[in-house]
Write a protein that binds this ligand. Structure first.
Ligand code: DX5
Ligand code: ZN
Length: 212
């Protein structure tokens, strides 16, 4: 599946409207607080109107140090997943439970330096593992190749813990060349600038789809 990030877009309503005419599966929403990462996204009270431009379900990525306030906001939208980082200043398990309390699927994000072992205690509570292919904070960066080793480790983990039904997603720096290397290791590919900086969104999405 393909989840499209509009982080690099300079006209979000236009980008979301154009994405409605593609077969993208989700819209990936990057939320930044200017503390967990240097950049800051627009406040929710401005952004909530912008989501009216999309019919697609949202895949929300919280790059914030205090997820709990954002969870209730984003739970009020057409949201499939809300994912949080491991090293926030709040309790990770409580926040995963908070996400689930809204009937929304919960995800953990692994930064390039986070080890796969660190998420094992959370496996019973999560539906998604979002693996960063770049240092979080901005779009248009180059994919870090050693992310592929982490995706291979996760594939092994998935076999070991087959009672837990989590999906694996990769986020950051994904283009057609990267997708070809990783498509058999992940369930969802997040891609931003590769799609939104192009004239033909569907063509770019097709070029990432080595899987359904
Ligand atoms: C990085 C974000 C990603 C990113 C994806 O901080 O979490 O979602 O915007 O965009 P590209 O594909 O341009 O790296
Ligand atoms: Zn993201």
């Amino acid at each position: 599946m393909i989840s499209v990030s509009f982080l690099a877009s300079n006209n979000i309503p236009d980008t979301l409207t154009k994405l409605n005419n593609t077969d993208a599966n989700f819209i990936h929403v990057d939320v930044m607080d200017g503390k967990y990462v240097d950049n800051k996204s627009l406040p929710f009270k401005e952004m909530r109107h912008i989501y009216k431009f999309t019919d697609k379900r949202l895949d929300v990525h919280l790059m914030v140090e205090s997820p709990s306030i954002y969870i209730s906001d984003y739970a009020s939208l057409n949201t499939e997943y809300i994912s949080i980082h491991l090293d926030t200043i709040e309790d990770t398990l409580s926040n995963l439970k908070l996400i689930k309390s809204y009937g929304i699927k919960a995800g953990i994000v692994l930064n390039p330096n986070d080890k796969v072992e660190s998420l094992i205690p959370y496996l019973p509570y999560i539906d998604l593992i979002l693996v960063m292919g770049v240092i979080p904070g901005k779009g248009g960066q180059k994919f870090i190749d050693k992310t592929i080793n982490k995706l291979k480790e996760l594939k092994v983990l998935k076999k070991e813990y087959k009672d837990f039904k989590f999906k694996v997603s990769v986020d950051g720096g994904v283009n057609d060349v990267v997708s070809k290397k990783i498509y058999n290791l992940v369930d969802i590919i997040v891609s931003g600038s590769y799609i939104t900086s192009s004239e033909d969104y569907q063509k770019q999405i097709n070029s990432l789809r080595f899987f359904s």
